[in-house]
Design a binder for this molecule. Structure first.
Ligand code: NAD
Length: 468
């Protein structure tokens, strides 16, 4: 049994039965058995069914938003947006189902040659605890749209919305056996990823686990896509709208209590405006209100897990021990009813050396570091001085510089004069330690299918020069 906690109070809210190896076996058998009929369902029908799922998900939107808020400790205003994103994923990939087509290729000679995108078979989806419902939808929807079955493994701390999604999908009429949710930790995840009945692995999580997943998948050469962590720079040039940039810094680092792979926490600011930005960030961090996200005026909630809170606090302490200066912190709540909650102290470090741990390693909590740069060349150099490459923000009033820097920065997503905007229509994924493979947009259609090339001779002839 996994005990599920409310991160705001630390109290147990429910228990969920863990998936044991025998149940996982049954899920994989059922998925394999359901796949052949599903891949033959006309793509238009599969699409219509996905759109029906989206409708049902919207009918249950408030219930899901409340469930997700309770399990993750996020404000319901955030989870309402997430619930809509999840429904959109079903609607969007429902639309794609009959539009992802092959091509005829005009090869020389008397041949009719075409490609067909075919489903892989059974997908293993493994997701983290920070945005569980959205990640569940982003994996289940394209898997089904393009004719696959899926066994999804959410993080053990946050399985509730994925379990509910599987129920809704079944209620909408998706045939039995196609969607399963396996509950448990790394052990069951590893067993799933390494199983010979799995044809594609799509993983979202940390780079350490991503490496282990890639290793397990490599044993059977199962194709794998990895959406991993980030240590994302935000570059602020002196010609930027500084009010907007500071808003972007605060949103990028502290929303969702910093628990975002795309958190923009390496804040690089041009010397001329550095002190101004530093002062503004100091004021804004001090003014953050940490507490129960259900309370009016609270803008930073708890971390979703106790382990993450401990990791954040220990990284803050290590940075201080390393001699990095704290610019500002926001107090955590002292109300007795929140004493068991997983609250971490929002912190900003200033003049952080680029090679310090706090500027190099992902915290996944409400922590940023600021430092200055001289010119555009140094800005790009500092931005790229990280092993990660997930996202970056560029704040500037110069359109030429914006696109020059966007092209020079090693990151899978670059935001210019904005931050943290995402859409299922747009491909998303990382460079370097942030992983490989893309979800979102047409890229997901490519990821969840494999191309077959078919040659037909029009005159019964064999290739010239090879007759034996
Ligand atoms: P994690 O890597 O610890 O766990 C992710 C999932 O993998 C969980 O379901 C976990 O149970 C499972 N797992 C653990 N060991 C496994 C193994 N050996 N084989 C198979 N599965 C295994 O990550 P987390 O702490 O849940 O989430 C935080 C991390 O996720 C951060 O690094 C964050 O940046 C990253 N993340 C990336 C993206 C992205 O899209 N790039 C999005 C969100 C979060």
């Amino acid at each position: 049994m996994s005990i599920i906690h409310d991160p705001v109070t630390g109290e147990a809210i429910t228990e969920v039965a863990d998936t044991d190896p025998t149940s996982l076996d049954r899920m994989l058998d059922e998925a394999r058995a359901a796949f052949p009929a599903w891949r033959r369902v006309p793509a238009t029908e599969r699409g219509a069914l996905l759109r029906r799922c989206a409708g049902l998900m919207r009918e249950h939107a408030e219930e899901l938003a409340e469930l997700e808020a309770r399990n993750t400790g996020k404000p319901i205003t955030h989870t309402r947006g997430e619930v809509e994103r999840a429904a959109l994923a079903f609607e969007y990939y429902g639309g794609w189902a009959d539009k992802h087509v092959g091509a005829t290729i005009p090869v020389p000679g008397e041949y009719h040659t075409y490609t067909v995108p075919e489903p892989h078979g059974v997908v293993a989806g493994v997701i983290p605890w920070n945005v569980p419902y959205v990640f569940a939808a982003l994996k289940v929807a394209p898997a089904l749209a393009f004719g696959n079955a899926i066994v999804l493994k959410p993080a053990p701390e946050t399985p509730l919305s994925a379990l509910r999604l599987a129920e809704l999908v079944a209620e909408a009429g998706v045939p039995r056996g196609l969607v399963h949710v396996a509950v448990g930790g790394g052990e069951i995840g590893e067993r799933l990823v390494g199983d010979p009945r799995v044809d594609l692995v799509v993983f979202t999580g940390s780079h350490e686990t991503g490496r282990a997943v890639a290793r397990t998948a490599a044993e059977r050469l199962t194709p794998v896509a990895l959406e991993l962590g980030g240590k994302n720079p935000q570059l602020v040039f002196a010609d930027a709208d500084i009010d907007a940039a500071v808003d972007g810094i605060m949103l990028g680092a502290y929303s969702q209590c910093g628990q975002m792979c795309i958190a923009g926490t390496r804040i690089l600011v041009e010397e001329r405006v550095y002190r101004d930005v530093v002062e503004r960030v100091r004021e804004r961090v001090r003014a953050l209100r940490v507490g129960d996200p259900r309370e009016e005026g609270v803008n930073v909630g708890p971390q979703t897990t106790a382990a993450q809170r401990d990791k954040t606090m220990s990284m803050i302490e290590s940075a201080q021990a390393e001699g990095v200066e704290v610019l500002a912190q926001a107090p955590v709540p002292d109300a007795p009813e929140l004493a068991g909650g997983y609250f971490a102290t929002p912190t900003a470090f200033v003049d952080a050396p680029v090679d310090s741990q706090i500027m190099q390693e992902e915290v996944f909590g409400p922590v940023l570091g600021l430092r200055s740069f001289r010119d555009e060349a140094e800005a790009v150099e500092l931005a790229n001085a990280t092993s990660f490459g997930l996202a970056a923000g560029v704040w500037t009033g110069d359109v030429g510089r914006a696109h020059r820097v966007a092209s020079e920065v090693d990151a899978g997503t670059v935001w210019i004069n904005t931050y943290r905007v995402l859409s299922v229509l747009v491909p998303f994924g990382g460079f370097k330690l942030s992983g490989f493979g893309r979800e979102g947009g047409q890229e997901a259609a490519r990821l969840y299918t494999r191309i077959k090339s078919v040659w037909t001779s029009l005159d019964g002839g064999l290739p010239p020069g090879y007759r034996l």
